[in-house]
Design a protein around this ligand. Structure first.
Ligand code: G3I
Length: 355
């Protein structure tokens, strides 16, 4: 009996083992499926960061696009909805319709919102850009704009691009209306006014062609160091990262991110896209994927690089073809919302860092 029971038990164990082996591939498949459903936002969160995408208001009516955005990402930036022309179309008359629409969408989907942007030389309302202002008048207009917009979004926007694209390629100040009328003091004042309106929001300077070391990023390094020394409320530096394969990968990107972090500010990759000369092909997409992975890894290598935002996530809605004719295919999803190799490269980098 004992032997029989033992044999039966052995048989049962063997059967269970075989059954276990038989179900093993299925269990593995379930696991793999589970991982595939982990979103870029969730993977970034495991590293203590966010992964976002910009969105422009008309795109919210593209249901498939808006649903995937809400599912895959944990942060968003309005592509246009919070810019000056949208928020203060007449002097002293504020319109938060477009920005609110994106904030409401983001709240419904559980995404946090980066505010973009409180001042820029572009997309200003004509009453402002065509006016002839004294320094005092423009200072008061700027203060009121920043105060009203930041107060309206207090608690709803976690970080602001306070000043966008304020330097030239050689590192000198861009001669925008604020610089020409007020002088460089407008930058520190803008940060102070934004801080007064929402002391908890993280305040950034933001620009393109600053991802690698060079004259332009050197200028920001010097400026942010001075702002910190002067106790001006500056929390972060935004590297837009509008990259193009034909111009080469930014020089020493990780080291560049690190040196800003060492100044005591956060760094964010704020508008990432990597365009190619059309038509795109497998070789270009492979190189693009490599670059997406390298940008992601450069951020992941620096503790104070807090998150990455792509400037729209799909080639379906991208600013590039209209501005750079003959170029495009810059995002990790194609026009049909199908992943490109770039998506896998981002995903692999985030997964490796979060495990
Ligand atoms: O609002 C008008 C609409 O009334 C008109 O029918 C339509 C016809 O072209 O144009 C609409 O304006 C467009 C606007 O986006 C809103 O959709 C402008 O033509 C178009 O030039 C504008 O482009 C935006 C661009 O900034 C302006 O420079 C892009 O969507 C936006 O993605 C882009 O974002 C910038 C960041 O703010 C700063 N960094 C660079 C980045 C890319 O240029």
């Amino acid at each position: 009996m004992r032997r029989t029971r033992t044999r039966a038990a052995t048989l049962a164990a063997a059967t269970a083992l075989l059954a276990g082996l038989a179900v093993a591939p299925a269990a593995h498949a379930v696991t793999a499926h589970h991982h595939a459903e982990t979103t870029l936002g969730q993977l970034a969160e495991r590293t203590g960061r966010y992964f976002g995408s910009a969105v422009d208001n008309p795109e919210l009516t593209d249901t498939d696009y808006a649903n995937l955005l809400g599912k895959e990402f944990d942060a968003t930036t309005p592509g246009n909805g919070m810019k000056w022309y949208a928020t203060e179309p007449q002097r002293g008359v504020f319109d938060f319709t477009a920005g609110d629409e994106i904030v409401n969408y983001a709240r419904a989907k559980g995404l946090k919102v980066r505010g973009h942007t409180l001042l820029w030389h572009s997309q200003l309302p004509s009453w402002l850009s065509s006016g002839a202002w004294t320094a005092d008048e423009l200072r008061s207009i700027l203060k009121n704009h920043i105060t009203q917009v930041v107060k309206h979004y207090k608690g709803k926007v976690f970080a602001w691009d306070v000043a966008n694209e304020i330097t030239n390629e050689d590192g000198t100040y861009r001669e925008n209306i604020f610089y020409k009328t007020i002088g460089p003091s407008y930058i520190a004042d803008a940060l102070r006014w934004a801080h007064a309106a929402d002391p908890k929001a993280k305040l950034y300077l933001n620009d393109y062609n600053v991802e690698g070391t060079g004259a332009k990023s050197d200028a920001y390094y010097t400026l942010i160091k001075q702002l910190k020394a002067d106790r001006v409320p500056i929390d972060g530096f935004g590297m837009q990262a509008h990259l193009a394969l034909q111009y080469g990968f930014p020089y020493q990107m990780r080291q560049n991110i690190q040196r800003f972090a060492d100044l005591g500010v956060d760094v964010a990759i704020t508008e990432l896209d990597i365009r190619v000369i059309l038509p795109s092909d497998a070789t270009k997409l492979a190189q693009q994927a490599d670059w997406y992975g390298r940008v992601t890894n450069a951020c992941l290598a620096v503790r104070r690089c807090v998150g990455i935002t792509v400037w729209g996530y799909s080639d379906r809605h991208s600013w590039i073809p209209s501005v750079f004719p003959g170029e495009g295919a810059a995002l990790p999803w194609d026009e049909n919302l199908v992943h490109k190799p770039a998506y896998d490269a981002i995903r692999n980098a985030l997964t490796a860092a979060g495990s």
